[in-house]
Design a protein around this ligand. Structure first.
Ligand code: DGL
Length: 270
């Protein structure tokens, strides 16, 4: 049971690879005093094209790895994991586990005025129906339109977020969203916050973009406050980076997601 005894332990965050660093960035900004341990499963990325069984198995192994490092709670930064594995993780492990789906849906339900919400995500997340189900639970009168965008992750990792080719692909993916006149779009993948400028060009500035990475911080803060388990002082917390494959690639691309360079990345085995 999480309590004030756990105050000084780190928060564990995992993702299939790099993208979850958008969540780390949000946590560092809003809960700067907390220590964070991030695990990127770079040996098995991407999850977004994998089966539910594999995603659940990988996610359980990732949580077990983080618990060995004495984390006080887990943030599942990966949307594909959150969609398929969150319930299984909560059944298996006795620590608070926060996913990105519920916070993203809550923010979208609050934001929409015309009750038309779009979701863009990996094929795994779209095929799980986790987002439409959660939105229906919160407000069944909202119309939800989902679109898998499998080309976005490689384009973003290539550093092509602002290139013409990405704009053209985004126009194609978002055609139906534009026709349906959604007023809110959930960025249902760790990488998509890096595409905000391109998405605004396609959808116009009036469509509200919901960034799950930002929204999840509210839930982390709520758990820590409720359990009096947040770090009590005002120091600057540390962030430790773990990966399951060769660290150099992760280290090189991390800046794109975090906005600063990272020095030490530890390779470990799940
Ligand atoms: N982290 C994944 C997600 O948010 C995107 C990358 C992948 O497919 O593994 O769904």
């Amino acid at each position: 049971m999480l309590s004030s005894k756990n105050r000084n332990q780190p928060i564990g965050v995992f993702d299939s690879g790099l993208g979850g660093l958008t969540v780390v960035k949000a946590l560092m900004r809003r809960l700067p005093q907390e220590d964070i341990i991030y695990f990127g499963d770079t040996a098995r990325v991407p999850y977004g094209t994998k089966s539910r069984e594999s995603i659940i198995r990988f996610s359980k192994e990732n949580v077990a790895l983080l618990l060995k490092r004495q984390v006080k709670m887990i943030v599942v930064a990966c949307n594909s994991s959150s969609s398929h594995a969150l319930a299984a993780l909560r059944e298996t492990f006795d620590v608070p586990i926060i996913g990105v789906i519920e916070p993203g849906c809550r923010a979208a339900v609050k934001a929409t005025k015309n009750k038309k919400v779009g979701i863009i995500a990996t094929p795994a997340t779209i095929n799980s129906y986790a987002y439409p189900q959660e939105i229906a639970r919160l407000d069944s009168s909202i119309k939800v339109l989902g679109q898998a965008c499998p080309l976005f992750v490689p384009l973003i990792e290539e550093g092509w977020s602002a290139k013409m080719v990405t704009l053209t692909i985004a126009q194609e993916y978002l055609k139906k969203m534009r026709q349906s006149q959604i007023d809110t779009l959930i960025l249902g993948c760790t990488h998509y916050p890096l595409l905000k400028t391109t998405l605004r060009k396609v959808l116009g500035v009036k469509v509200k973009l919901v960034d799950s990475a930002e929204e999840v911080v509210h839930d982390v803060r709520a758990v820590l406050t409720n359990k009096a388990a947040g770090y009590a002082g005002s120091r600057k917390g540390t962030v430790q980076f773990l990966v399951s494959d060769e660290p150099a690639h992760f280290q090189k691309l991390a800046r794109r997601f975090l906005g600063f360079d990272i020095q030490d990345v530890e390779r470990c085995h799940v």
